[in-house]
Design a protein around this ligand. Structure first.
Ligand SMILES: Cc1cc2nc3c(=O)[nH]c(=O)nc-3n(C[C@H](O)[C@H](O)[C@H](O)COP(=O)(O)OP(=O)(O)OC[C@H]3O[C@@H](n4cnc5c(N)ncnc54)[C@H](O)[C@@H]3O)c2cc1C
Length: 300
């Protein structure tokens, strides 16, 4: 609620740590610096999910294709293991129904495969769950390096685990979208417990688990209790800007268990207007920060 009251310039100010900048070049520089200085991998996301017309879909396809081209050409990422992946949201590729998003995402997945860039289809709210799993699994089964995301707040996720084939990449998160009580838990402790137990089950089925949380206790449990069974199929992921440098370093160096790759989700904008929806979501997640911004604005 509060996040909606904050004027756009203040949103941008608040969000600066969470966004790599307002151009592809800036995002590539951030990703390159993360890898060079700290051994941290990236997944690049273009902020553009508020789509209302077909022209915007075409623009998003063009922006992602350009990002994929740039990643495959950039000498700083010539080592395949260092090359950032890309993440996209299906709603950025339709101005109408969900099905409209299928063709442009398939086109980008083929483009990414030809250029040696991995792609992840992010998960949006519960109305997108079936479509996203079906699309991402279908592309993976056709030989594309495509992964997707499951949200442990949703009660259905326990059954959805079985839909992810061996070898596919699966990012596990608690989920950012508020969901109704009849389909989801609101108990964060339960969401985190599910992250640990679902990760174990996915690993047993030889799925590559991308464990995405900033919760130190949950990351520690994953590294100590789950990853030792198959560390080559484990990665820890966090969002750019959330202050977890020390924890990421410990995971990467093996101070908590087996040394695991770590990756940051690096959003960037093609101009600032597109970024606002994403930034407001981040603020809604951290209301104390929103309070701080409001106090700076209206206080004293
Ligand atoms: C790499 C990655 C990809 C994601 N992809 C998706 C997706 O596709 N679909 C989806 O629904 N959700 C996605 N999420 C978001 C995820 O679902 C959670 O909403 C988010 O990670 C916060 O939950 P948490 O597990 O970190 O636990 P929390 O309990 O919310 O956070 C743990 C601690 O981390 C800190 N923290 C968390 N978030 C922030 C923040 N924004 N700013 C400052 N501090 C913070 C707080 O101190 C908090 O106490 C993604 C998250 C990550 C890290």
């Amino acid at each position: 609620m509060l996040a909606r009251l904050v004027p756009a310039p203040m949103v941008r100010w608040f969000a600066r740590p969470y966004v790599a900048g307002d151009s592809l070049d800036k995002a590539l520089d951030v990703a390159s610096g993360l890898w060079r200085d700290r051994g941290i991998l990236s997944t690049l996301d273009i902020l553009g999910e508020e789509v209302k017309e077909k022209a915007r879909v075409d623009k998003n396809v063009g922006l992602y294709a350009a990002a994929i081209d740039a990643l495959s050409r950039d000498a700083r990422f010539s080592e395949a293991a260092a090359r950032p992946s890309v993440s996209l949201k299906p709603s950025a590729f339709t101005a109408g129904g969900q099905e409209e998003a299928r063709a442009p995402i398939a086109q980008l997945a083929a483009h990414a495969r030809d250029r040696g860039v991995a792609l992840t289809v992010d998960m949006e709210d519960r109305r997108w769950t079936d479509f996203t799993i079906d699309l991402a699994v279908g592309l993976f089964e056709k030989g594309h390096d495509v992964g997707t995301v499951l949200q442990t707040r949703l009660n259905r996720t326990e059954k959805d685990l079985a839909r992810i084939p061996p070898g596919m990449r699966l990012r596990l998160v608690i989920g950012i979208y508020p969901e109704p009580l009849d389909v989801a838990t609101t108990d964060k402790w339960a969401m985190k417990e599910r992250m640990v137990s679902f990760a174990r089950r996915l690993l047993e089925r030889k799925v590559f688990v991308e464990f995405a949380t900033h919760d130190e206790a949950t990351v520690t449990r994953f590294v100590r209790e789950v990853a030792p069974a198959d560390p080559d199929r484990c990665e820890v992921q966090m969002l750019l800007g959330v202050p977890r440098t020390d924890l990421l370093g410990r995971v990467r160096k093996g101070a908590l268990g087996p040394a695991l790759p770590v990756r940051l989700y690096v959003p960037f904008a093609d101009g600032w207007d597109d970024a606002t929806a994403y930034l407001r979501r981040r603020m809604a997640e951290s209301p104390s920060m929103a309070w701080l911004v409001l106090r700076n604005l209206f206080g004293r």
